[in-house]
Ligand binder design. Structure first.
Ligand SMILES: [Mg+2]
Length: 218
């Protein structure tokens, strides 16, 4: 997105009392990434955190350059700057960058968390509840993060992740999207920027069956 459009959308997304917003970066040039980041930073209040996510788009050399440039721009973390499986590359980045590094949505189990933290490859972790191995895999990963004192956030699936983070000793941020609302009986409740985990049995997720039928493709 162009800088002003990104700033406009960031402002809109904060309605509901949210205290952070995530930018997808990875423009062709560092100058473009900086322009978007600065436009959003200028627009939002100082207490609003801005995370930036590269979705594995950079080489190690590019990540060093962009990570160094972003370090003075009021960014909270840099997420997946390079390929998710380049742990040696992450270790190099973590040693050289002042900006905290976030990874984890591609971890496929608690052992991957252990390997990344043993290699000092990141500052934070953010598993995906599905990919990490459901409730069991999540709790194992949370145990690893807790023994290392590393803050753990969630990747997507906020309705289930709200419960999982409530049982995570080093719980950090819930990644919130409202993508499932169209097919849920009751959307995840948000109050003052925080998710309220449902008190119904299990995850409390119930489908809106009429909507599911309407959107079913076969
Ligand atoms: Mg991400």
């Amino acid at each position: 997105m162009a800088p002003q459009a990104a700033a406009d959308e960031a402002e809109l997304l904060l309605e509901g009392g949210f205290r952070a917003v995530k930018l997808r970066l990875g423009h062709a040039t560092l100058a473009e990434d900086l322009a978007v980041t600065r436009a959003v930073r200028r627009r939002l209040a100082d207490h609003i955190a801005i995370m930036v996510d590269y979705n594995q788009a950079l080489t190690v050399a590019e990540a060093l350059e962009r990570g160094r440039a972003l370090a003075g721009e009021g960014v909270y973390w840099i997420e997946e700057p390079i390929r998710h499986d380049n742990i040696a590359g992450y270790t190099k980045l973590a040693r050289k960058l002042a900006l905290p590094i976030q990874i984890g949505e591609n971890f496929d189990g608690a052992k991957a968390v252990t390997a990344a933290l043993d290699a000092a490859a990141c500052d934070f972790v953010m598993p995906d509840a599905g990919r990490i191995g459901g409730v069991t895999g999540w709790l194992q990963a949370a145990g690893v993060a807790a023994t290392r004192g590393v803050e753990m956030s969630s990747h997507l699936l906020p309705e289930a992740s709200a419960h999982l983070l409530a049982a995570t000793p080093t719980a950090h941020w819930l990644e919130y999207v409202d993508w499932a609302n169209a097919i849920l009986a009751e959307p995840l409740a948000i109050a003052d920027g925080c998710a309220i985990a449902s008190s119904s049995p299990g995850t409390g997720i119930a489908w809106n069956h009429d909507a599911v039928a309407r959107y079913r493709t076969k």
